[in-house]
Design a protein around this ligand. Structure first.
Ligand code: BGC
Length: 745
């Protein structure tokens, strides 16, 4: 019976197949255009838009949970999922709470903080960074990575500088573009933040910045512009602060006129979390997607009430009662749909990868390239293990996990090698490595429920800790002090600024005591900000070690022991005193609240110190190597050019030492005659060249008119004034090796 049934089925199937084969081919059911991956994206957008009801449109322009916005379930359009950003993929939190969701598969690789990436001065490292973090975001099924941040480093007291790319608009521009491009190759949108003028934290929700147009266009906007026009970023995050009386998240000038108008941004403007304050302004002034912390769109309020968002029911009501039309709504929806097709509904995106060995290798490489050797007197570094029996490591930052804390960039890492462990692993049994605490800083280690698991409590007095370190230092062949700042409040941390430029927790006294007893002292500073160094002349070697993420200890050890030849350069100026910084010199008030005018104008960072003739502690672009480089004469291939021409400025650089290394050759342009005040010089080109010992290479910088222009705020346009310009080439802003003069006719 069974067999018979089976045979019958087979016969019926064969008959049906034969009938199909003979019959004319049935028409394929038409796929809706918006679902057709082959259709042009704009046609898909229009098709989806035409099918949506007004409530569905309202639904997709605001959040449904802490990090997601709804799609259109009826049409099969999926949700959008965001994640911080920018140094690794944030662990999962609960739907409607900041608490951990408690997943066990959301640990990530932590990459070096963006100050370190900027310090590589290597766009190839920015590409590697973007590719690696983009793959992790993709693997975790995220659609929007909330980073990178490119707010300009205006004051060393900004608690959030570690998340940004330094003080120079040209450097930040060159570094942000490859990061964005490579992230987005994963079908994950970059979200360039915080647009714009979010240069301090303490009163970030209420500070109302005014700045002249020259500074806005020359200093604060270029990196965002590059991310949009060259990087093609799919989202931009509005900032919390106000600019000329309007919040960054709904600012007509910044969002409508500059971003979407002048730069033709076709992506979505995402609010910072809780950065929306007004429905009418949100409708009119360029916001597309509202996210929040608590569900009234502000920073507190009822939970599970996303309907209360400014761009939720209040917007719908305004449409229903005829107060506003749907033109703005359709524009927002188009942008969100475009974002969805580029990310969540992108059928070509790769699968990504999480915590791969390639990602650890990328984190380590970027870290090694970004570490800056600030000072190295008497060849203390690199350490030669041959002559050493005992190495002393001092300092809390030698053992403290730095990937937990600091605000929204806090991570849950799969692994993190501390400086002490990195040094121990590198030294092996060739010498004894001893650790002394030196000082007690921040003994906490928790952010939103992610715990470092370290117990760093120590009740001994400062005097006792110094005495212990000094006694050990006397017996050691070399001492590495690892200190700096950390990710707790008023250090390098979102939401609050630093109190002063000085090192906290009495570290100066520890360093001075160590310097007095051991001449082979290296100070390694873990921070994302400049600090003052009253002991600078007493310490032979100083290393700026940033926040290096998962591979922190290994990258630092590679530089200390010479496996990696340092090639990082400072992306911002280290002033001797806070008053040497332009923002503070022109306005002693800090932090600001309410109306604030950037009186330093375009004179940010080295533009200020050079104008004032102030010698910095370490200048912008500074960084040493274990080898030496010689620069040949700087030559321009022509004596004059016009608006359409290019002058090629060349220099031959030779590695004159005995080990391979990389030099960042920097080009600065000085405008010799100008009707408006200009900086002494400005960075307009750089190239990192890798040279074997004895090898030479010619580096050529094409200088076009855009490198000569300033923003004329009386005319509202970029102007290149005829006259004489000087192209200065050097190893830092303060170490110019040669120059060539040419004329713009
Ligand atoms: C921060 C953003 C971050 C967002 C989401 C905000 O407080 O300013 O940079 O992406 O929270 O965590």
């Amino acid at each position: 019976m069974k067999m018979n049934n089976h045979l019958t089925k087979l016969c019926l199937a064969a008959a049906a197949a034969a009938a199909v084969a003979c019959a004319p081919a049935p028409k394929r059911a038409a796929v809706a255009v918006y679902l057709d991956p082959e259709a042009p994206i704009e046609e898909r957008v229009e098709d989806a838009l035409a099918r949506m009801t007004v409530p569905e449109k309202i639904a997709i322009i605001h959040a449904q949970s802490k990090f997601s916005s709804p799609g259109v379930p009826r049409l099969g359009i999926p949700e959008l999922w965001c994640t911080d950003g920018p140094h690794g993929i944030r662990p999962e939190v609960l739907w409607d709470e900041w608490e951990q969701a408690g997943w066990t598969n959301d640990s990530c690789v932590a990459y070096p903080a963006l100050t370190c990436l900027a310090a590589t001065w290597n766009p190839a490292m920015a590409a590697l960074y973007g590719k690696s973090i983009g793959e992790e975001a993709r693997y975790r099924e995220k659609d929007v990575l909330l980073g990178p941040g490119v707010n300009i480093y205006r004051t060393p007291l900004n608690g959030r500088n570690f998340e940004y790319m330094g003080e120079d608009p040209y450097l930040a521009s060159r570094m942000v573009v490859p990061y964005v491009q490579e992230v987005q190759k994963n079908g994950v949108a970059a979200c360039v933040k915080h647009f714009a003028l979010n240069n301090e934290e303490t009163h970030r929700h209420t500070i109302d910045v005014d700045v002249d147009d020259r500074a806005l266009y020359e200093i604060y906007l270029p990196a965002f512009k590059a991310a949009v026009e060259e990087g093609g970023t799919w989202t931009v995050m509005g900032s919390y602060n106000l600019y000329r009386g309007e919040y960054g998240c709904h600012n007509d000038r910044l969002l409508n006129r500059i971003l979407k108008g002048d730069w033709a941004f076709d992506g979505a403007v995402v609010s910072d979390w809780g950065g929306v304050h007004d429905t009418d302004q949100a409708i009119r002034n360029g916001l597309d997607l509202e996210f929040g912390t608590w569900t009234d769109g502000l920073t507190m309020g009822a939970t599970n009430a996303y309907d209360n968002y400014y761009m939720a029911k209040p917007y719908l009501r305004k449409i229903e009662n005829g107060e506003v039309g749907t033109e703005e709504l359709d524009d927002k929806v188009r942008r969100v749909l475009r974002l969805t097709f580029r990310t969540a509904m992108n059928q070509d995106k790769p699968f990504g990868a999480l915590c791969s060995e390639e990602h650890y290798a990328a984190a380590r490489r970027i870290g090694e390239e970004g570490i800056v050797l600030l000072r190295n007197e008497g060849g203390v570094l690199p350490f030669d293990l041959g002559g050493m029996k005992r190495i002393l490591v001092v300092g809390e930052n030698a053992v403290k996990m730095m990937t937990v804390g600091g605000g929204s960039s806090s991570l849950k890492v799969q692994r993190e090698t501390s400086p002490l462990d990195g040094i121990r692993a590198r030294v092996g049994d060739r010498a004894e490595v001893v650790w002394a605490r030196g000082y007690v800083g921040d003994v906490g280690g928790e952010y939103n429920g992610v715990k470092s698991g370290q117990d760093l409590r120590d009740d001994r007095s400062a005097g006792a800790l110094i005495a212990e370190a000094v006694e050990e230092a006397r017996k050691a062949d070399a001492v590495v002090f690892v200190g700096g700042l950390n990710k707790s409040d008023h250090q390098d941390c979102e939401g609050v600024d630093r109190f002063s430029l000085g090192l906290p927790y009495g570290q100066d006294a520890v360093i001075e005591a160590l310097a007095a007893v051991n001449p082979r002292l290296v100070v390694a500073l873990v921070s994302g900000n400049a600090v003052s160094m009253p002991w600078v002349d007493e310490v032979p070697a100083i290393v700026q070690a940033w926040y290096l993420g998962s591979e922190a200890g290994n990258a630092l050890a590679a530089v200390l022991f010479g496996d990696a030849n340092p090639s990082g350069k400072l992306p911002f100026t280290f002033p001797v005193r806070i008053e040497d910084n332009g923002a503070h010199a022109t306005d002693p008030v800090f932090p600001h609240d309410g109306k604030t005018c950037y009186k330093d104008g375009i004179f940010v960072g080295y533009r200020w110190t050079e104008k004032e003739g102030i010698e910095p502690l370490f200048p912008f672009g500074h960084g040493l190597s274990y080898t030496t480089f010689a620069y040949g004469p700087v030559e321009a291939d022509r004596a004059s050019t016009d608006e359409r021409g290019t002058v090629n400025v060349s220099v031959e650089v030779t590695n004159t030492g005995d080990r391979a290394g990389a030099e960042v050759v920097q080009l600065y342009i000085a405008d010799k005659e100008s009707s408006l005040p200009r900086p002494v010089k400005e960075l307009k080109g750089f190239e990192k060249v890798w040279l074997e010992a004895g090898q030479s290479k010619v580096v050529t910088f094409p200088v076009g008119v855009e490198a000569l222009r300033y923003y004329d705020d009386t005319k509202g346009e970029w102007v290149a004034e005829k006259g004489v310009f000087e192209a200065l080439v050097g190893a830092s802003s303060a170490d110019i090796k040669g120059s060539a003069v040419f004329e713009l006719k």
